[in-house]
Design a protein around this ligand. Structure first.
Ligand code: AMP
Length: 429
């Protein structure tokens, strides 16, 4: 069969790499892909952008693609699955209506409240309805979120009431473009975050291996929020009891609620969950796709055939398949541009990739391209993700940092403590 992966990043490199391992798959196309996908066996890049929905439909039709998997949220929120379905092309992801779970935080908060799914207390405002008095009455810190897509940057945790009000007003003034037309103001939740990612077929749910990412840029979980500086799987914070609780209190009512609201959810569903010190899980956010960088370590552990799982979901048969996992832990370290998340790196030659390819583990490319001389060069903010495997998260971390040590470009930056919370749990005190 022929598979098309849509997207340019590290998640898409991991999806393409995993699909290419399937004995059922003869060819994987990636649109547009990167220098990493270009170098994978059975994989070919096609220069069609992830947002070019009509171009992607034409590509899938012309190439007789049997299965398309969408990586990033923007085309999902824009309705790419609806466009594929209109011409009967199999496409794994949620349609436009349920993709609002990521596309509109105002939609999600209303949905969660109506279906009694636990989340932070909140209020939604537009410029016309904004009430600064409401903000002044809230306990500090206060979380302010632009409702629409903001590439992981639309959440500000304000330490004073004045900062919270100024942030809301800046969002109305277009700091995040149209994403800030509506603003959600919500209660700050204490606890430990976990990513809970499942596949869904509208009715049935297949939970994927647990994972946890590091959103802050700097060691010790300090510095600005980013799209993610590293991730590992499994996440020890999600004990079997916690897993059952998140399924029962969050994931199952969400899939049921969406079906009841006549927008059944098919695709990867990612719940960002805050687990309070007393063990209560609450929804921080939903993403309507696989996480980046969680995809990279999670797929390193997946032993089942990914295209078969996606096809089962598209046929509404997810309850008939199982996902098998490598019992080892996987840990991915993101290698980013010097000034990430505010800046990017372009055209700098990345050295050491050949040496790294001889080491255990795997480097996924997130933002790379190939220059005229055929060298792999930087092309964005988060450039690579080095993933190691090991009997413990600590051993996986060791393997990942050996890969990190093998590669270099000027200005390469990364966290040196990815997995520290899990490793602290592994180390007897
Ligand atoms: P979101 O995109 O909504 O997940 O927000 C990005 C990050 O901001 C989350 O991963 C959390 O680290 C943090 N965050 C969001 N909402 C809250 C909240 N209500 N309480 C505490 N932290 C939050």
């Amino acid at each position: 069969m022929k598979v098309l992966i849509v997207g340019p990043g590290g998640r898409e490199h991991a999806l393409a790499w995993k699909c290419a391992q399937s004995p059922r798959v003869a060819r994987v196309l990636v649109a547009p892909g990167n220098a990493g996908t270009a170098r994978e066996h059975k994989v070919r890049n096609v220069p069609v952008a992830a947002e070019d929905i009509s171009g992607l439909v034409a590509l899938a039709r012309d190439e007789k693609v049997d299965l398309t998997i969408i990586g990033p949220e923007a085309p999902l929120v824009a309705g790419i699955v609806d466009a594929f379905n209109d011409v009967r092309l199999p496409c794994f992801g949620p349609r436009r209506a349920p993709a609002q779970l990521e596309g509109s935080k105002a939609f999600t908060k209303e949905f969660l409240t109506r279906h009694r799914i636990p989340t932070a207390a909140y209020a939604t405002f537009t410029r016309e309805t904004f009430d600064a008095g409401f903000v002044r009455a809230q306990r500090l810190p206060i979380v302010v979120k632009a409702s629409g897509l903001a590439a992981g940057k639309g959440v500000i945790i304000a330490k004073t009431h004045a900062e919270a009000i100024a942030t809301v007003l800046a969002m109305f003034d277009g700091q995040f473009g149209n994403s800030g037309t509506q603003v959600v103001v919500e209660e700050f939740l204490q606890g430990e975050e976990a990513s809970f990612i499942v596949m869904a077929d509208g009715v049935h749910i297949l939970p994927l291996a647990t994972s946890q990412d590091h959103k802050r840029r700097d060691d010790g979980d300090q510095g600005p929020n980013t799209g993610g500086m590293g991730a590992y799987s499994p996440a020890p914070v999600v004990t079997p009891a916690q897993h059952a609780r998140i399924m029962r209190e969050i994931i199952e009512p969400t899939i049921r609620g969406l079906a009841a609201d006549r927008m059944p959810y098919t695709g990867f569903l990612y719940a960002g969950v805050m687990i309070a010190p007393d063990g209560t899980p609450k929804v921080l956010e939903f993403n309507c796709r696989f996480g980046d960088p969680e995809t990279q370590p999670v797929l390193m552990r997946l032993q089942s055939d990914l295209p078969t799982l996606c096809e089962a979901a598209l046929a509404g048969r997810l309850h008939t398949v199982r996902a098998e996992w490598d019992s080892r832990a996987a840990l991915g370290v993101v290698l980013a541009a010097e000034h990430y998340p505010d800046g990017s790196s372009n055209g700098e030659i990345i050295s050491g990739l050949d040496q790294a390819a001889r080491l255990p583990g795997k480097i996924f490319h997130a933002a790379t391209s190939t220059n005229k001389q055929g060298q792999v060069v930087t092309h964005g903010g988060r450039i690579l993700c080095a993933v190691g495997l090991g009997a413990t998260v600590g051993e996986a971390q060791h393997q990942a940092y050996r890969l990190v040590d093998a590669v270099h470009w000027p200005g390469m930056r990364y966290r040196k403590d990815i997995g520290h919370l899990a490793i602290a749990r592994e180390t007897p005190h």
